[in-house]
Design a protein around this ligand. Structure first.
Ligand SMILES: [Zn+2]
Ligand SMILES: [Zn+2]
Length: 419
């Protein structure tokens, strides 16, 4: 038994998120995407907390339910405090087993930040102080450092992060059981860092709109329950994670968005960490930071099912491109085109969830439902045959399933074939 979990989600009350993030739409899109367990999101925001109590049914196992989709009470906060001589800004996911625990956590944090102002509030606490506060409320509360490597708000970020979990959590390090990779890194990059050997490497969407749910997710072993999830994280009982191609994430390379400059770690090693256009320091990306903290190389291999394995027995992962992207490219139209949305909904109606279509549905069935070109796109993605232009300094990278059909594409253009 296993279930799919996306535990980094938001409400409409977090800055920059869609007003369509209602519980009705969260449940509807979880079913379309193939997600069994979602985070309720933003539980410190009072309006959304009231909505959560009204719209979700307590299932008595530490989880909640709406329209057949399970929910765990979860939120994200921005921990902002001076620690070890530096100003730290670190995003943390936090989880609680009961509405009562949520109310006590919210009360404990209310003097530390403006909770009604932003669903992802800034809290004047270190991540360690947050963890201590949560465990003081309920021993079953837990945290997951969010998008671990992003420059500005990742616990390992180049701008204000730490160099190890121990530096951040000190005597409480063994109470941290998992870290979130973020869109710009995949598990194999994290396996290179020894201080992450004892935590589960998990992936979630950080969706700001319902359609982005599950773009990264974690397939957890067992049946959904609060205690079962916590123990699966402690023992790394994870079947696999679903990942973006890490190059697609918006902080993969180092660079300057305004100057249009993007550099790999090899290029910054050769040319320095200053922008060749404006002379200021580049925003050092995830790949740069991984190279800094990595202490070993890791060989990986992809099996016939598209799962990537390491030599270390840790949970495997698969990299996917969204079904909408495949449809849009197959039809030669933009991702936002109405026909893409129509074809997407027709396919998920006929064949099952997006995750099923991308990973398991027979290619012949996909061809019958959506045509040969889309079916070819899905099998290319399953084999990892995708070309990516890497993201940098806040700009998303872009994936191409059929890079040769791009106008002006050349062998040594910006498009890099991964496999
Ligand atoms: Zn965040
Ligand atoms: Zn510049």
């Amino acid at each position: 038994m296993s279930y799919t979990a996306d535990l980094h989600t938001h409400s409409p009350y977090a800055h920059g998120t869609s007003r369509r993030l209602t519980f009705e739409n969260l449940a509807k899109w979880a079913r379309i995407k193939g997600i069994d367990l979602l985070a309720s999101g933003d539980f410190t925001q009072p309006v959304w907390a009231a909505e959560t109590r009204a719209k979700l049914r307590d299932t008595g196992d530490g989880l909640f339910e709406r329209s057949g989709v399970r929910f765990i009470l979860g939120a994200e906060v921005n921990c902002s405090a001076v620690h070890n001589g530096r100003r730290r800004r670190v995003h943390m996911l936090m989880f609680a087993p009961t509405i009562g625990a949520v109310e006590r956590v919210t009360a404990a944090l209310s003097s530390k930040g403006k909770l009604e102002w932003d669903g992802r509030p800034t809290i004047r606490m270190t991540p360690r102080q947050l963890l201590e506060t949560l465990l003081g409320v309920d021993e079953r509360c837990f945290v997951i450092p969010a998008h671990l490597w992003t420059p500005h708000f990742g616990l390992y970020g180049s701008k204000s992060g730490y160099d190890s979990l121990e530096e951040c959590f000190e005597d409480m390090t063994d109470r941290v059981h998992a870290v979130e990779t973020g869109l710009s890194s995949e598990p194999a990059m994290n396996w290179r860092v020894p201080s992450l050997d004892h935590v589960a490497i998990v992936s979630f969407s950080d969706a700001h709109s319902p359609e982005k749910l599950g773009r990264e997710l974690t397939v957890v072993s067992g049946q959904p329950s609060y205690d079962g999830l916590l123990s699966a994280l402690k023992t790394q009982a994870i079947e696999y994670t679903v990942e973006f191609f890490p190059e697609e994430g918006k902080y993969h390379n180092s660079g300057h968005r305004k100057c249009g400059v993007s550099m790999s770690p090899q290029e910054t090693a050769a040319r320095g960490e200053r922008c060749p256009a404006c002379g200021r320091k580049l925003t050092l990306g995830v790949l740069h930071r991984v190279e800094e903290l990595a202490r070993r190389r890791v060989e990986t291999r992809m099996d016939a099912d598209g799962l990537t394995h390491g030599p270390n027995g840790r949970p495997s992962f698969r990299m996917l491109v969204s079904l909408s992207q495949i449809i849009a490219e197959a039809r030669g139209v933009g991702l936002g085109a109405k026909t893409v949305r129509q074809a997407y909904l027709a396919m998920t109606d006929a064949l099952g969830s997006e995750l099923d279509i991308l990973t398991a549905a027979p290619i012949a069935d996909i061809a019958r439902a959506a045509g040969e070109k889309v079916a070819d796109g899905v099998s290319r993605v399953r084999r990892g045959e995708v070309a990516i232009e890497p993201g940098f300094d806040g700009q998303y990278g872009s994936a191409r399933v059929w890079p040769d059909e791009l106008q002006g594409a050349t062998e040594d253009g910006p498009w890099r074939r991964l496999m």
